[in-house]
Design a binder for this molecule. Structure first.
Ligand SMILES: [Zn+2]
Length: 82
């Protein structure tokens, strides 16, 4: 009974999720918390919550909770490209 498609429910994930109320930090729309909440694996890949560094690691941003937020994987990619 593994749940390999679920994001790791770490303390950090929960803290950020509660802080943001389940909303994407970049677009403000709700994020699915579990794979079964979306119809297709493709959608899940795009919409799953992912950790985003507010100040990019490449620019010296730390791995602290203050510098992390949750965003749709897709929003995270767009931000990375932009
Ligand atoms: Zn988003």
């Amino acid at each position: 009974m593994s749940q390999s498609h679920s994001p790791p429910e770490t303390r950090q994930f929960k803290a950020l999720w509660d802080r943001q109320g389940g909303l994407c930090a970049l677009c403000g729309q709700p994020m699915p918390r579990q794979r079964f909440e979306v119809a297709h694996a493709t959608l899940w890949k795009k919409q799953r919550p992912s950790f985003d560094h507010i100040r990019a690691k490449a620019r010296g941003g730390p791995d602290t909770p203050e510098n992390l937020q949750l965003a749709h994987a897709q929003c995270n990619w767009k931000k990375g490209r932009g």
